[in-house]
Design a binder for this molecule. Structure first.
Ligand SMILES: [Zn+2]
Length: 303
């Protein structure tokens, strides 16, 4: 199997494992999961109302039946987080396929600085009003978009697979971290991945970002179950007016940290209201992988 294919396959397998994990194993996992406990404490601390979504998602799991050793092992392999003994510095130890998380030399995110200012060709976005579903996969809020969206860059067409969010932004620009980032994950016919990052920062409180507003309105009440929205979204609404970008070769920022990912980080941040930022913060106070070494990689940026 070509490396590029295995990148996508690993990504999809990870998602499939997440989605198909037996309920029993999932419950057992939640009981002993330190990050869940942390998340719950954080959610409670951040919660200003008793009936909020964070309180609902953080409700204690029912007592679990003893999971079979095999299921427990599988759950452990699939399980990772952002703190403690399942945090980023332990990802490689959690499963053999995560090895690159520790030893890879083209890992993401990185601090985008000292890029070569050149005439980068524009990214040609081909986004349209589309049906979508929203999934809280336990690591982030992920939006699955109906087929037909994509982009073309360097003569190659990539189809949009999904987009999701991190708080704070994983990537930095000259050392600066942003309130959040949206990662729009695309894949070409050969399975090569291209991710567009849209930096999100606090803007005026009277101008909710329309696409984010629609996604938040369709947040599922249960984790692990995608909720089909009854309205459509158009990803053009999430893109900033100015389309200059930074580009470099990196990796998935979540296990298995597969490399060969073309990153395009749009330079102009998009404003969200404090309220919109607060919604995600209640669900995921911190889901950003730490910076990785640049290791001499070339960064190019639009001039
Ligand atoms: Zn991401």
């Amino acid at each position: 199997m070509k490396k590029s294919l295995s990148v996508a396959a690993a990504c999809l397998l990870a998602l499939a494992a997440q989605a198909q994990e037996p309920k029993e194993a999932k419950e057992a996992k939640e009981v002993k999961e330190p990050v869940e406990a942390l998340r719950q404490r954080l959610a409670e601390r951040l919660s200003t109302r008793g009936e909020g979504a964070a309180t609902a998602t953080a409700k204690p799991a029912r007592p679990a039946k003893p999971a079979k050793a095999e299921a427990a092992k599988a759950a452990k392999a699939a399980h990772w987080g952002y703190a403690g003994d399942i945090g980023p510095d332990r990802w490689a130890e959690l499963a053999p396929e995560n090895k690159l998380c520790a030893v890879g030399l083209r890992q993401s995110p990185i601090d985008l600085r000292e890029g070569l200012a050149v005439d980068l060709e524009p990214i040609v976005f081909d986004y349209r009003a589309s049906n979508f579903s929203v999934l809280d996969d336990g690591h982030t809020v992920q939006v699955n978009v109906a087929p037909g969206n994509g982009l073309t860059v360097m003569g190659r067409r990539y189809e949009l697979e999904e987009f999701h969010f991190h708080r704070p932004s994983e990537e930095r620009v000259n050392g600066r971290q942003f309130d959040m980032v949206a990662h729009l994950t695309h894949k070409d016919a050969q399975g090569r991945l291209a991710v567009v990052a849209v930096l999100l920062e606090r803007g005026p409180d009277n101008k909710p970002q329309p696409l984010v507003q629609t996604v938040w309105a369709n947040l599922p009440l249960e984790k692990g179950e995608a909720l089909q929205a009854q309205v459509q979204i158009d990803l053009n609404q999430l893109l900033p007016a100015e389309r200059g970008y930074y580009t470099y070769m990196g990796s998935l920022t979540t296990p298995p940290c597969s490399e060969g990912v073309l990153w395009m980080v749009l330079r102009q941040p998009v404003p969200l209201t404090a309220q919109q930022l607060g919604v995600f913060a209640r669900l995921y106070p911190m889901n950003a992988r730490p910076l990785q070494a640049g290791s001499g990689r070339l960064i190019k940026e639009s001039q």
